[in-house]
Design a protein around this ligand. Structure first.
Ligand SMILES: *Cc1c(COP(=O)(O)O)cnc(C)c1O
Length: 401
């Protein structure tokens, strides 16, 4: 086996293709998929030893598998984290963080600009078990400070957010968390470690939906929790081992292949998204465009301090005298596309187009939609890897010119 790599001395492109690789006795070049539920021992004594120290060596794939280990090591290297625990999905990563580190009577402060299912998990499910959540405007530092209580254990945010690409100041919110003796959790799904490494700015824990950019090709579900060795091995590993929200070896292998192209994909996603955002900003039918790399973005400076690119998401609002007119204009753009896929998913090679008001945010109350800035005229694009000129032409058909 090659000498293990030292992630600190290598660039992100190198880590994406090389970090974490383990080779078997066959010296395979590409990582192997270990589709086995359990592992054998040479003796009863060795079995007893392995079960006693379950994190060392392989016993059972609910909590240890070589392909999953390679995924964990590579993602930890990319995020600059000491340790990583893989999970079956992004939601099970968030579930694992909360259930392994909080108990009834504890309190959580969360950005209100988060993924819909995360909102439901915090607001409707954890509340049943005595964990209360206060939701705040992610860019309002006073609101974060005011929401913290003596029993607050975690602060949680996504940056940039969905669908308006609101940017939270990771370092400032981390300071608020640490002053309160709490931990900051960042969902780094939209940027991926190729554009943003939240731990560099003081985040304690990073969660991922690997389903999005880490796979990047719309194939499998996966997730991960990253943090200190003590947090991951002391809290998250025992939880996943016992409760079983485990990443499959096959999915881990697909995600390992995804990470090999992550950095170059994110660079292109960001460049194409910015080109489309600038094009839309100059179109007379468009009222407003949201993308962190645009100078007009309200938190442009914070974004450019903590991100090395704007990311794939561009949202834009169509003009219209009434909400009905705005919806008609938005639906006309969506229905006239031939390339863009009409779907709620994101983080794919194929550009997706969504009307958040009636899809991803359909279950959110009209008041909450207004507070989140999601109106009838809003369209969210998750820009893929097609030629930008083709995407412009696809949008122009419904925009009219
Ligand atoms: C999709 C998504 C999740 C949930 O991930 P799954 O893999 O679908 O469970 C969490 N956070 C963000 C920001 C997402 O976009």
């Amino acid at each position: 086996m090659n000498e293990p790599l030292n992630p600190e001395s290598l660039g992100i492109d190198t880590l994406g293709v090389r970090a974490g690789t383990l080779r078997s006795e066959f010296m395979e070049h590409s990582e192997a998929i270990y589709l086995t539920s359990s592992f054998c021992f040479n003796s009863a004594a060795e079995a007893a030893e392995r079960f006693a120290n379950s994190e060392e060596g392989f016993t059972y794939s609910r909590f240890t598998n070589p392909t999953v280990s390679m995924f964990q090591s590579r993602l930890a290297a990319l995020e600059g984290a000491q340790a990583c625990m893989a999970t079956a999905s992004g939601m099970s990563a968030i579930l694992s963080v909360v259930l392994s580190s909080m108990q009834a009577g504890d309190h959580l402060v969360s950005s209100r600009a988060i993924f819909g299912s995360t909102m439901t998990l915090f607001g409707n499910i954890f509340s049943k078990f005595g964990v209360e959540t206060t939701f705040v405007d992610p860019s309002d530092l006073n609101a974060w400070r005011a929401a913290v209580r003596p029993n607050t254990k975690l602060l949680f945010l996504e940056t940039p957010s969905n669908p308006l690409t609101e940017v939270a100041d990771i370092a400032a919110v981390a300071d608020i968390a640490h002053d309160a003796g709490a931990l900051l959790v960042v969902d780094n799904c939209f940027c991926s470690p190729a554009l943003q490494q939240p731990m560099k700015f003081g985040a304690d824990i990073v969660v991922h939906s690997a389903t999005k950019h880490i796979d990047g090709q719309g194939r499998v579900l996966g997730g991960a929790v990253l943090g200190s060795h003590d947090f991951i091995m002391g809290k998250v590993f025992p939880f996943v081992r016992t409760a079983g929200p485990t990443l499959s070896a096959f999915n881990a292998w697909v995600l390992l292949k995804g990470m090999e192209t992550l950095a170059i994909r994110m660079e292109r996603h960001s460049a194409s998204a910015l080109a489309l955002a600038q094009f839309l900003e100059s179109h007379p039918a468009v009222a407003r465009v949201f993308h962190p790399a645009l100078k007009s973005h309200p938190q442009h400076e914070i974004a450019m301090r903590q991100q090395s690119g704007g990311g794939a998401i561009v949202s834009f609002e169509l003009k219209g005298a009434t909400p009905e007119q705005q919806r008609a204009n938005a639906w006309r753009v969506i229905d006239n596309t031939r390339l863009c896929s009409i779907t709620g998913n994101l983080g794919d090679t194929r550009t997706t187009i969504t009307h958040p008001y009636t899809t991803t945010h359909a279950r959110v109350s009209p008041e909450a939609k207004a507070a989140a800035g999601v109106g009838e005229g809003l369209i969210r694009l998750a820009v893929g890897l097609e030629s930008v000129d083709d995407l412009k032409a696809d949008l122009l058909r419904g925009l009219g010119d």
